[in-house]
Design a protein around this ligand. Structure first.
Ligand code: NAD
Length: 427
């Protein structure tokens, strides 16, 4: 039995879903095939995903494939209550916007009460629960999919500690996902949300972006396009075998941005955007250096990138200004504005509306096809741990996305394939 904010909003939500459905051709193709082949017949799928119109299309695609679906959100602020009401007519939904922490966990627990075979997570809270308080659900789980960078970081830590007990597809790490979703999607939706919340002009402003990963570099490029003076802040850490904060900083420099440390950038910025997946990237020592009127927001997964408790502690007055904007008056009389409580600015309602529909057509196509892989896998074929998305799925989604936009690529000729595979032993 669903729990949503207001069931009478369902007609409006259905209109939202119809708008998304018309603009998700890759999902339409997958849904048509799933409806015929029924890959999820007899299986239950529980999800914790930002519950809005594009997610609704993923959920109905899984249901079309024969799954019984239980849906919750992965964030207390990001549910579209109209869509939640519409989806509640078709499946069990536990989600509403503006939840307390207890309500948020009530919803996660409720979707686990459905006894899932497969889970789809965004940030790893649901998978975390299954390994902790809801261990009894572990035995039935065939596998899971994780949507975002921060969730994958948590899963890799669990795997390293020998504590990850079922297979999880790292959907985030599909090239078709991070290239399009993290980079292009976050960029447009963050710019839209900041503009909607503040109604401020971007041109001529100094915008400080912390983190020049997939999300940060997209936001930097769009802000530059709108006429902002962009500063990038990176950190001297290792990210992987061929990647580090130093490489990212170099890449930002060569893309034409000023790069500096946060204490230097803090004095110059008009707008600060964190995109790191890290903690306390903006902290008390930075707040006290900032200009009066500085605007702070976050696009990283959790609300820990901006140290809000520290900002609150150093404030003599904390005032709700308008939707998604709170003013903090700190020592010396300066006011700093925090958007969306420091949560994902591009998703926190009402100013954050999430990624553009076409972006999620790609990300959710990867999700749907990975769920199908899990459903079809023979018992024991998938081992516990974080799994890469198979290249065939990555390529299939990229193909669906470009072909549904009318682009056809030529295949390499036999001669070209032979040339690429040949090597010259010298004369
Ligand atoms: N807002 C959205 O819709 C959305 C979409 C996708 C991912 N995400 C989230 O955004 C975050 C970033 O994702 P990504 O794919 O860009 O990750 P990434 O790993 O590609 O990039 C993160 C970057 O931040 C840098 N960094 C880490 N700590 C820092 C610090 N203290 N100061 C400055 N830079 C620092 C790292 O060196 C790295 O270059 C994650 O939390 C991810 O889950 C959000």
């Amino acid at each position: 039995m669903s729990k949503v904010k207001d069931h009478t909003l369902s007609a409006k939500g259905e209109k939202e879903l119809e708008w998304a459905r018309r603009n998700m051709p890759a999902m339409a193709a997958i849904r048509a095939r799933f409806a015929k082949e029924q890959p999820f017949k007899g299986l239950t799928i529980s999800t914790a995903l930002h519950l809005e119109k594009k997610t609704g299309i993923l959920l109905e695609t899984l249901a079309a494939g024969g799954a019984k679906v239980y849906a919750s959100s992965c964030n207390p602020l990001t549910t579209d209550d109209t869509v939640a009401a519409a989806m509640a007519k078709k499946m069990d939904v536990f989600a509403w916007s503006g939840q307390t922490n207890d309500e948020y966990y009530f919803c996660l627990n409720s979707v686990l009460d459905g006894k899932p075979d497969i889970v789809i997570d965004d940030g790893c809270d649901l998978i975390g629960l299954l390994h902790g308080k809801r261990k009894e659900g572990l035995a039935k789980i065939k596998g899971a999919c994780e949507e975002t960078t921060t969730g994958i970081t948590r899963l890799r830590a669990m795997e390293k500690a020998g504590k990850l007990l079922f297979p999880v597809y790292s959907v985030n790490d599909a090239y078709a996902k991070y290239l399009i979703d993290n980079q292009i999607g976050t960029a447009q939706s963050a710019v839209e949300a900041i503009s909607r919340a503040t109604n401020s002009l971007i041109a001529g402003k100094t915008v400080v972006i912390a983190g020049y990963g997939w999300c940060g570099r997209g936001v930097a490029s769009r802000m530059k396009g709108l006429g902002a003076n962009v500063i990038v802040v990176e950190i001297a850490g290792t990210l992987g075998p061929h990647e580090s904060g130093m490489h990212r900083a170099l890449s930002a420099l060569y893309d034409g941005f000023r790069v500096m440390s946060m204490p230097s950038a803090a004095r110059e910025g008009d707008i600060f955007i964190t995109a790191t997946g890290n903690k306390n990237v903006l902290d008390s020592q930075h707040f006290s250096l900032m200009k009066n009127g500085a605007i702070l927001c976050n696009t990283g997964h959790f609300n820990v990138e901006i140290n809000e408790p520290a900002l609150r502690k150093m404030s003599s007055k904390v005032e709700d200004m308008k939707d998604n904007v709170v003013g903090y008056t700190i020592t010396g009389g300066k006011t700093i504005y925090l958007l969306s409580e420091g949560r994902l600015v591009n998703l926190a309602r009402p100013s954050g509306q999430g990624h553009p529909i076409e972006i999620m057509d790609g990300s959710f196509a990867v999700q749907a096809l990975c769920c199908e892989q899990i459903a079809k896998a023979k018992k024991g074929a998938l081992k516990p741990g974080v799994m890469d998305v198979p290249t065939e799925i990555d390529n299939a989604v990229a193909t669906l996305l470009i072909e549904s936009r009318g682009v056809r690529l030529e295949k390499p000729t036999k001669e070209q394939i032979e040339y690429a595979e040949s090597f010259d032993e010298g004369t």
